[in-house]
Design a protein around this ligand. Structure first.
Ligand SMILES: *[C@@H]1O[C@H](CO)[C@@H](O)[C@H](O)[C@H]1NC(C)=O
Ligand SMILES: *[C@@H]1O[C@H](CO)[C@@H](O)[C@H](O)[C@H]1NC(C)=O
Ligand SMILES: *[C@@H]1O[C@H](CO)[C@@H](O)[C@H](O)[C@H]1NC(C)=O
Length: 207
């Protein structure tokens, strides 16, 4: 009985040398894991929260039935082709909502809501839309200015894009953010809806 007890007592201390090594191993493993976690966190934060700016351009613009009434009200149908480009390789973008509006000297004359859509990495999406102004009141200054531009044949418009977006990388989705883009000057030929000589416009974006 006694030698058996001794044996068990002897076997118990045996793991001690192993335990002696454990703290070092533990620290190494912990450091490696910590490094991986920090790296992953930085990667996810970078990819989901600080993606490259989305790129918008106005590829084409024309107007039909353009008229400014004597009482300074405008009626017109603006046709825009807007290209949205997602330059990211690993991030897809979901547009929960998008509103496009057009203005002259900061005075909005028409707007439209675009249905929700999703944009995969490296995707180009063309948005063709018609914004209709139906008897919209202009300021006196604006009406005078637009009439003067009309007689020259080209009106100078602005396009504003406001969207609620979220980013997705692998399984991580960012919270919804508001994106704004301003495209100016969009020069539209009012005498013809041919796109001859139309200058595409690169929009400035802010997230
Ligand atoms: C529109 O408003 C912004 C600031 O609100 C101003 O910087 C800009 O010059 C204005 N643009 C026009 C065409 O009036
Ligand atoms: C971008 O995505 C849209 C909608 O998913 C699709 O219709 C379009 O063809 C895509 N464009 C390119 C260049 O892949
Ligand atoms: C508008 O378009 C017509 C037809 O392409 C062209 O003849 C005219 O010169 C254009 N006007 C301006 C001001 O560019």
């Amino acid at each position: 009985m006694a030698p058996q007890n001794q044996q068990t007592r002897l076997t118990q201390p045996q793991p001690l040398p192993g335990r002696g090594l454990n703290p070092v191993l533990c620290i190494i493993v912990a450091l490696v894991l910590l490094g991986l976690l920090v790296g992953l966190a930085i990667l996810i934060t970078y990819l989901t929260l600080r993606p490259k700016r989305l790129v918008y351009t106005v590829e084409a613009a024309s107007v039909q039935d353009f008229a400014i009434a004597k009482d300074d009200h405008i009626s017109a149908k603006f046709d825009y082709v807007i290209k949205s480009y997602n330059p990211e390789k690993h991030v897809s973008v979901r547009y929960h909502s998008m509103r496009i509006s057009t203005a002259h000297h900061n005075q909005s004359v028409a707007h439209k809501e675009i249905p929700a859509f999703k944009q995969h990495p490296k995707n180009d999406t063309r948005i063709e839309t018609q914004l209709v102004s139906h008897n919209v009141a202009l300021s006196k200054f604006n009406a005078k200015d637009l009439r003067a531009e009309t007689t020259k044949g080209v009106v100078e418009m602005e396009v504003y894009i406001t969207a609620r977006v979220s980013y997705k990388t692998w399984i991580f989705r960012s919270r919804r953010r508001t994106l704004k883009a301003v495209c100016t000057p969009v020069m539209i030929n009012v005498t013809s809806n041919s796109l001859n000589g139309f200058q595409r416009v690169l929009c400035r974006t802010r997230l």
